[in-house]
Ligand binder design. Sequence first.
Ligand SMILES: Cc1cc2nc3c(=O)[nH]c(=O)nc-3n(C[C@H](O)[C@H](O)[C@H](O)COP(=O)(O)OP(=O)(O)OC[C@H]3O[C@@H](n4cnc5c(N)ncnc54)[C@H](O)[C@@H]3O)c2cc1C
Length: 810
Amino acid sequence: MAELPSTARAVIIGGGIIGCSVAYHMGKLGWTDTVLLERKKLTSGTTFHAAGLVGQLRTSANITQLLGYSVDLYKRLEAETGLQTGWKMNGGLRLACNEARWTEVKRQATTAKSFGLEMHLLTPQEAQDMWPLMEIHDLVGAAFLPTDGQANPSDITQSLARGARMAGVKIFEDTPVVRIIVEQGRIRGVETPAGVIECEKVICCAGQWTRSLAGSVGVNVPLVSVEHQYMITEKIEGVTSGLPTLRDPDRLTYWKEEVGGLVWGGYEPNPKPWAVKGIPEGFHFDLLTSDFDHYSQFMEDAIARVPALATAGVKQLLNGPESFTPDGNFILGEAPELANFYVGAGFNAFGIASGGGAGMALAEWAVKGEAPYDLWPVDIRRFGRVHRSVDWVRARTLEAYGKHYTIAWPSEEMRSARPTRRSPLYAHLRAAGACFGEKLGWERPNWFADLGAGEVAEDRYSYQRPGWWEQVRREHLACRAGAVVIDQTSFAKFTLKGPDAAKALNLIAAGNVDRAVGSLIYTQMLNERGGIEADVTVARLAWDEFYIVTGTGFATHDFDWISRNLVGNCQLVDVTAGSAVLSLMGPKAREVLARICSDDLSNAGFPFGTARQISVAGCPVLALRVTYVGELGWELHMPTDCAVTVYEALRTGGGVSNAGYRAIETLRLEKGYRAWGAEIGPDHTPVEAGLLWACKMKSGLPFMGRAALEAQIAGGVKKRLAGFTVDDPSVILLGRETIYRDGERVGWLASGGYGHSVDKPIGYGFVRRDGVDEAFMTSGSYELEVAAERVPARLHLGALYDPAGARIKA
Ligand SMILES: Cc1cc2nc3c(=O)[nH]c(=O)nc-3n(C[C@H](O)[C@H](O)[C@H](O)COP(=O)(O)OP(=O)(O)OC[C@H]3O[C@@H](n4cnc5c(N)ncnc54)[C@H](O)[C@@H]3O)c2cc1C
């Protein structure tokens, strides 16, 4: 065996499919001075016992694209490396046994169409023709993805490793990393029993070992191990090698052909955590004890679907541990806690399907310093401090595991690990009928039940109008006609302070933040491609101090983006927990606030786009004159110990009712305010998203991303954001519906909902076409495909609601 080098540019830890795929792609990117270290043998962790199904469709276009990349790679890998991969593109079938599931499947078919993935809806008979061993008496319908398939996980991994070696990447087995060496906050290298390798970057792909290994250098990777079983049968007559993979989510099970028999497994609603006290030393090529009792919960349903199972011989009930995460998505990217430390772990039983794409993305991330495209759903920065609690993570992860195959209801909330982070108003809001949702551990009021009228504060989910429809409508209209108060304490808030604060912030903000003290600026922060990395509100509190407000879920991400791009003498501090936020919104907001505040609240004294320190009910309040709902209003930021006093004072005297986050969503859709993670993100620029007005183009001042915007202004764009409405109020838009212009597919909705003032379904999406401009957009006639059916739609370029009276501008 070759000798371990003493230096390398990058060290990959872990020789499962993910580590080997990263190694393969590092080689392709020319980073051949990369070393992969595996503590035992390649594949000996989780990879060797995967079932090998490769599905592609996810709810995000980019993650679907990532999985599609895996398929493209697996198709050609064998020819390139000479090592078999077992790749078989036999397609994937998905069944629906009730109307709600059928709606879900039809919506998935539309999503697939939006993302350019082939997916066909089938009758039960057509599905049975493809899978003759299947009983179909209860089927409502099915869907078929012809480009899905299956592979041999160990073979693919070995083939990727061969490809990496062919490019010059070195791979060492039986070489555990026993320490990651960090000095003065910087990575220096890794230590193994065979010596130290000094390196610039560490890419940790250590599967279920990743949490403790990364934790040793302060990096939080919220994953836990869960037992996962599947059964392997003897040969069954009629099982042919071309049989598609089959998913029967209503029976919580999946199926795949293997040497003439079936491999079938499922997701129990009562999963069993594993290695709660740590992974046993030396665990490799190991399996767990088969638990027939636990597995037996699938048997009856499975035999009802595939009667041949009743008499088929059982070769093995395989039980293997796999790492799962609280939201069912894997974890990718550079750790916010430690520069040059990259993570690829937590693959939730789709690591084989993701392996090719995740390895490509992580290698690019490490080599180029940024992901190839927006990967927010899997970005390591989607987590926060609450995810440092392993008990929290385990509770939530087990719930997510149990829901793997249950219907993914629109706006569904998780129930476990709650409540954790609470605003001081939690008890007040609960007593007032709040139905809470959860974000990054925070309890947030989604909507309010009228308890006096017998309403119950509990979500009732549906693919039609959900249970909270009327309540949200009530809150929406109250905001448009009077005044509402919304507890937005969970907003992430940072202060940036120091003599260089203004200069540094202005370099990373596309808007001009270097304005008079008391200014309030809505701005995006862009990457060098002009993509929107953050969408924030900035208040200038002093010549050397700024207060930055961003969405609850973006706390870690935005803090990381801002801090990594700051220059000079200034410090960024997260002050989220220190201040509560009450948003007082509506045409009567001024009237209500004036009852308990003697400061000048007039338009002249406190204009839109300014921030003032005022006194409300005797409490010090930083008031921001801003709105996300399109009405007169203030965001009142105050020390958390004042929140109850201010809230009670606001509510005393009447005229102001509670509203929640679901009302905010319908209100902002009508006004066309953008939401990061929905319509805007790193792949979309302000030019494309209609936000150029917020950028300091004319000032001549430099800022990150300026050159990219200038190029787009001069050369045109390939997509532009537009609003859409549907005249039929019964249509439910949720996002991902396909957009057709003059019968041609031109994009999909990034978000969807309902506008209760305009009484229409509303969606936003990019119209995609080289050189697309206003003339092109407004000249076509539009349709949206919703759950596999087309409905006529109207395109809008401005806000849909105008408080001055005109409800819809066409
Ligand atoms: C029963 C079961 C069925 C599955 N079925 C499917 C399926 O059908 N389709 C699908 O896509 N996925 C499936 N999966 C999931 C898939 O197996 C995993 O997501 C994937 O194998 C994870 O790969 P990995 O590289 O992240 O982890 P691993 O394969 O565990 O690799 C991590 C490696 O890191 C090494 N390591 C750890 N610590 C160190 C250290 N300190 N130094 C050096 N090396 C270290 C380990 O030895 C290990 O080899 C299934 C999983 C299970 C359990």
